[in-house]
Write a protein that binds this ligand. Sequence first.
Ligand SMILES: *Cc1c(COP(=O)(O)O)cnc(C)c1O
Length: 433
Amino acid sequence: MASFDQYADLAAGRALLWLNPSLARQGSASELTRNDMLAAQERLHRFAPLLMRLFPELQASGGTIESPLVQAPALQQALGVGAEHGRLWIKADHSLPIAGSIKARGGFHEVLEFAEKLAVEHGLLAGGTSHAQLAEAPARQLFNRYEVAVGSTGNLGLSIGVMASALGFRATVHMSSDAKEWKKERLRNRGVKVVEHAGDYEQAVAAGRAEAEQDPCSHFVDDERSLSLLLGYSAAAPRLQQQLVAAGIAVDAEHPLFVYLPCGVGGAPGGIAFGLKQLFGPHVHCFFAEPTQSPCFMLRMMDGPGMDRSVYDIGLSNRTEADGLAVPRASELAASLMQPLLSGVYTVEDAQLFRHLYLAQREEDIRIEPSAAAGLSGPAMLCDSEQGQAYLAHHGLSKMMPQATHIAWTTGGLFVPPEEYRRFHEWGASLME
Ligand SMILES: *Cc1c(COP(=O)(O)O)cnc(C)c1O
């Protein structure tokens, strides 16, 4: 489902934009519904009083974990995107508290769903008891009999590990070799058991899954297969809808919305895109962004179902500084869900990620990690490339672009240590010449 040329660019590690020929005008029926998304949002809401007790930094937000939507006019200009293409906004998940990345959404939701299920089974939430009670000894003793485990390149481990241990679970994180040292350190400081694996993300997940299967008291958060994770991410959509309303931004036939989402295995961007399509239908256009050496989602979408190839199979290295996106094979759950919903996928070279990381700081004082910069290439990829212009023409959008809204989702960065960030920033600055 891709041209020979596009496969050639993909395999050569050249940046490209691929358009999804299966994009349907009306979202086709899937097993997941809008109600599933709203149920996840409700669950996060029920837990807010508990989260406020467990994490003092959530006092101000009443236990809600959310990020702002901010306009980025200076960055838009620095990225070379003119006002005739609409306006650039940033969905600032790089600032999400507790986890410091988009993984707070899905990861926290799955841990909380597991905790809620155990608490209900053991009568701890009977008769309308507030979830805040789950910070007390009876619940903690119950949770301590269970383990929550996960395999991760880093950020998912941080999110699951921190939330699970805060609730009183035993927490184990299986880390891939490309996971950053500071992420392991941060987890160990919180009493999380970190198991290091010599292999990549896929191997860390497989090892964690196999180990958890041996233990009936272990719950494995499966990044490649979990519905709970995906629905936790989707809860971002109704929140974004409220923020758009508050900012006076219309989304309709005359005001298209373009969203650019950094993609690893596909769960986070897939959940969010699913949610946005439930709310905005054909008026929202979702694009995923991947490093040129780890374009697993693009490969899966080009191949269609059944081929099950990894980026290694087409000669790519899966080596990228964007550790949150260093995934060799897409989640089948996310890929099949996205088949009729996704507008396209584009790839970005690492050097470009660093330039944009640098520009985000220089123009808007936004501090992001390399993975989170992938969304910033989106507007130019769409508006300046032949493929992108063909997409706009095909959907009758070319004339609407001055009223368009572009949202680049900056997915992580808050807890990157200052020395590490300085290195990224200097590298980005050196690439600007
Ligand atoms: C995990 C992650 C993503 C992508 O999420 P997937 O579910 O793996 O697709 C994007 N950005 C950052 C910073 C991440 O940690």
